[in-house]
Write a protein of this length. Structure first.
Length: 394
């Protein structure tokens, strides 16, 4: 029931006025809310239609990495990775960060060349990635058949953490800095007048404001259209499975096969398994086992011992895909005061700290640590050469 509000009681009164309304209370909205409030912006309000972190952030583990091929993605990933590594110092929060590394498998010459180029870009930003042989890949991950590989890229500084803990830490820090978080609060209308934003109306009433930030994930196209801004975001169901806990699985890197999009890594005493190339647009988040056929076919190629895994449970969630599977980050040229951070296509958690900084600086009109223009939604109005070309997307 994707178009219905999940019934959530919110004890926090909705203010009549706000300096800025952030729509979406996942990791992106929480990060943006924190960065704005910590910078001294007054009247920061985060409106979430259900519970905080209950959309695309609602998963127990999320990869964190700087392993990309596009320089802008590497910049976002590396800065965010550094932020997550210092989370305990800055927020006093344990987000379950495990630096197990990322392992991208190459089974074609083209993939080898792409990963070699990517490693060079990553290391130019201070990463420690390297190309490794099939034998070394199998030593790092004994589930792999080295005979199926030509090479792999390995980035030992990467890993995974727990999104729910990060959302909670950002939320508490943002509240301490004066931000207001509203749950069970669906935005129904964005009123405009004389070419600017006038107010936001929710199921709880109207908030007068002249600034809105869309961080609504898979629901962002609808939010954009409320403001008359086109955000080409499509929800796509993704499913994963968790094996039974045996306590005997070796610790392995977060491993991804570029050819088939199969991926797997540890999850407590079990393994988390998935595959991403089943395109199922829509808001359906019901779990089933239909994806296993594709996973098994992929596993037979490079990880035969994982065929027909003994699964204990699984879940379905939503990717928020754009046409080039890269983020939308920017400010609307048509509607002053409308900002957006969405469409992360599966890598929103790992880029959230840096994106919080970018949106803060866009809102304040100041220069940031990088130029976000490559992620502008306007790139889809131009010819194909304006699109972001990213190899490391699963």
């Amino acid at each position: 029931m994707a178009n219905q509000v999940v019934s959530v009681a919110c004890e926090t009164p909705q203010p009549a006025r706000a300096g800025v309304v952030i729509i979406g209370g996942g990791i992106m909205g929480a990060s943006i809310g924190f960065h704005l409030a910590a910078a001294g912006v007054s009247g920061v309000v985060v409106a979430e239609r259900a519970e905080l972190g209950s959309g695309s952030s609602a998963k127990p583990l999320g990869g964190v990495r700087a392993t990309f091929s596009d320089p802008a993605n590497v910049a976002l990933g590396k800065r965010s990775l550094d932020a997550y590594k210092s989370f305990g110092e800055h927020f006093g929060a344990d987000i379950g960060l495990r630096e197990v590394g990322y392992l991208f498998l190459c089974r074609s010459e083209a993939e080898v060349l792409d990963c070699e180029a990517g490693v060079a870009v990553q290391n130019s930003f201070g990463a420690n990635s390297r190309m490794i042989s099939p034998a070394e890949a199998a030593r790092l991950n004994p589930f792999l058949d080295p005979g199926a590989l030509l090479a792999a890229s390995y980035s030992p500084q990467d890993g995974y953490a727990e999104p729910a803990r990060a959302v909670a830490a950002y939320t508490e820090a943002a509240k301490a800095a004066g931000a207001v978080f509203l749950t069970g609060t669906e935005v129904l209308e964005i009123e405009r007048g004389a070419g600017v934003i006038r107010s936001v109306t929710t199921n709880r009433g109207t908030i007068r404001t002249d600034a809105v930030i869309c961080a609504a994930g898979a629901w962002s196209r609808r939010v954009g259209r409320l403001a008359g801004v086109e955000l080409p975001v499509t929800p796509v169901r993704r499913q994963i499975g968790i094996t039974k806990k045996t306590g005997t699985y070796p610790e392995v890197p977060f491993t991804l096969d570029l050819s088939t999009t199969m991926y797997f890594h540890n999850c407590a005493e079990a393994l988390l398994l998935g595959i991403s190339n089943m395109e199922e647009p829509g808001f359906n988040r019901d779990f089933n086992f239909e994806w296993l056929a594709e996973f098994n076919a992929a596993a037979r190629i490079c990880a035969p011992s994982l065929v027909e895994p003994d699964l204990e449970y699984g879940w379905a969630g939503l990717y928020e895909n754009t046409p080039d599977h890269n983020a939308l980050i920017g400010a609307s040229a048509e509607l002053p005061g409308f900002f957006y951070a969405t469409g992360f296509s599966g890598h929103g958690f790992l880029q959230a700290p840096a994106v919080g900084e970018l949106i803060r600086d866009l809102y304040l009109g100041k220069e940031s640590f990088m130029d976000p223009s490559t992620f502008s939604a306007t790139r889809f109005r131009n010819e194909d050469e304006s699109l972001v070309r990213e190899v490391h997307i699963i």
